[in-house]
Design a protein around this ligand. Structure first.
Ligand code: SF4
Length: 500
């Protein structure tokens, strides 16, 4: 089959009507909203789309009713994502008809996967663009002004300029500027049977090392004190960089930069107090990463370590590439290396073919791992994945729900025990703002990523640091007593991008 980097694309540049380009100046008053579905990758892409639109003269609107452009940045990982998208697009048809010049953009994973379907089912959409097209958002919107049909453009990462493919390398309108996501890698070379990411985000490509460190230095200069390194499989960072050098004829290609090198260098940037990362893959976890975490003061004592299943048989069906024993061994190594490490995980309940015995293994591993918290999911098929074709082995819904509840109890037991062990300790807290339930209470996160509520003696700016003595433990949060403020926020405040 022939391959085209521009599936159904309308070229921008020569051939675009001049009258549409002349409208550029009118964009000074045009407004936009970006509605985001899904994961941190998508939220970070949305920041970049917003940044590009603002660089092109648009200003952020408070709501859809005030906006000229609505961007729906979609995710196909969530259940019923397509139904939700088409529901929203139906509502936006009415919205669009109320004012001339309004435009709708559908971007992200679902757009990448279903580009033609979106254009067919919602002909009032102006632009459908894929996960590697973020840098083209403003150009595509401009081109759509002179097009009678939706413009669909899906780029493959391989044809994109090294810098433009990484959302972090583009103009940005950051959601909260005291902390920031930094993309270190896009795509994924694994093939987990339940996951649609490799199909929609493409092969794994590492961002140049110097670009990452440079971005973190710039962020620190702007007052950011916490960064989260983002990728689908962060601890395989750099694998492709060395391969590319070798394929380019450089037999002497240096050893690839390791994720652990990156942790050390990012953590050494002056002004950066906290470094986090997500997500690592247990099969690629290496002792040097644990050493870097232990030896770099800024790297937080928190490891998100996705288990998915405790059954070796199910792990093999999922193509996860590790056994439960190896998973726990590596976890022991991490805890031995990093003092006071908090550990969280992802677990899928009811993967096709999961038996009672398989599920017992999951309960055993979850109990042995003593997680601080876990994201537990009931399996639901994602069209286009291997697991979606295993319908004959789908687990009965009632059985899956009963297992899910048993797992919740096991995880909650260790979560409460971990929280209770912190009572009486004084923790460093990064202030996130007033509590959602009670605005008179201040909320923040410890280095172990634990949510703490406390009463501050004076209003504390988001992004400042305090020490708090933990006085009470609950399964999902801690309560504490303010001790002292230890650092002021350094950043300029900005208004958040809407997130769904
Ligand atoms: S490692 Fe597996 S679960 Fe994670 S993005 Fe890649 S395929 Fe999906």
């Amino acid at each position: 089959m022939s391959w085209s980097p521009f599936a159904g694309a309308v070229p921008i540049g020569p051939g675009v009507r001049m009258d549409s380009l002349a409208n550029m100046s009118q964009d000074a008053q045009r407004t936009y909203v970006v509605n985001t579905y899904g994961c941190q990758m998508n939220e970070h892409d949305s920041e970049r789309i917003a940044g590009l639109l603002e660089a092109d003269g648009l200003v952020r609107a408070e709501s859809e009713s005030d906006a000229d452009v609505v961007v729906l940045n979609t995710c196909c990982i969530r259940e019923n994502a397509d139904n939700k998208l088409y529901g929203n697009l139906g509502h936006l048809k009415t919205w669009k008809a109320k004012k001339d010049g309004r435009q709708i953009v559908v971007s992200g994973c679902l757009a990448q996967k279903d580009q033609e379907l979106v254009a067919q089912r919602a002909g009032h959409v102006d632009v459908v663009m894929g996960t590697h097209n973020v840098h083209r958002a403003a150009e595509l919107l401009e081109a759509a002004k002179s097009s009678e049909v939706p413009i669909t453009e899906i780029l493959e990462a391989a044809v994109i300029d090294d810098h433009a493919m990484f959302p972090s390398a583009l103009p940005v309108r950051r959601e909260q500027s005291y902390n920031s996501w930094v993309t270190i890698q896009i795509g994924c070379d694994n093939n987990c049977a339940f996951c649609i990411v490799p199909a929609v985000r493409g092969e794994e490509i590492s961002r140049p090392y110097a670009d990452i460190v440079g971005e973190v230095q710039q962020l620190a200069a702007d007052g950011v004190t916490e960064v989260t390194l983002l990728g689908q499989n962060v601890n395989s960072y750099g694998r492709d960089l060395q391969l590319a050098e070798r394929q380019g004829g450089n037999a002497e290609a240096k050893l690839r930069p390791l994720f652990s090198n990156l942790l050390r260098d990012v953590g050494a940037v002056p002004g950066i107090r906290r470094v986090r990362y997500t997500s690592p893959h247990p099969k690629d976890m290496r002792p040097d990463t644990f050493a870097a975490m232990a030896e770099t003061d800024a790297v937080c004592e928190h490891l998100h370590y996705p288990l998915q299943s405790g059954s070796d048989r199910v792990l093999a069906l999922m193509h996860r590439g590790y056994t439960a024993e190896r998973y726990l061994e590596r976890l022991d190594q991490a805890r031995a290396a990093i003092v006071d490490l908090a550990v969280s995980t992802d677990i899928i309940v009811g993967f096709p073919g999961e038996t009672d015995d398989d599920f017992e293994r999951t309960l055993e591993v979850a109990a042995a791992a003593e997680y601080d918290y876990a994201y537990t999911f009931l399996f639901s098929p994602r069209e286009g994945t291997e697991a979606a074709d295993m319908a004959d082995d789908f687990v009965d819904a009632a059985v899956a729900h009963e297992r899910f509840e048993r797992l919740r109890i096991v995880v909650e037991r260790s979560a409460v025990a971990k929280h209770e062990a912190r009572v009486g300790r004084t923790e460093e807290v990064l202030v996130e703002g007033p509590s959602k339930k009670d605005p008179s209470v201040t909320s923040g996160r410890t280095r172990q990523n634990k949510l703490v509520h406390f009463e501050a003696p004076h209003p504390m700016r988001v992004g400042s640091y305090a020490t708090v003595e933990v006085t009470h433990a609950a399964p999902h949060h801690l309560l504490g007593r303010f001790v002292e403020q230890i650092a002021d926020a350094q950043h300029k405040l900005r208004i958040p991008v809407a997130s769904l």
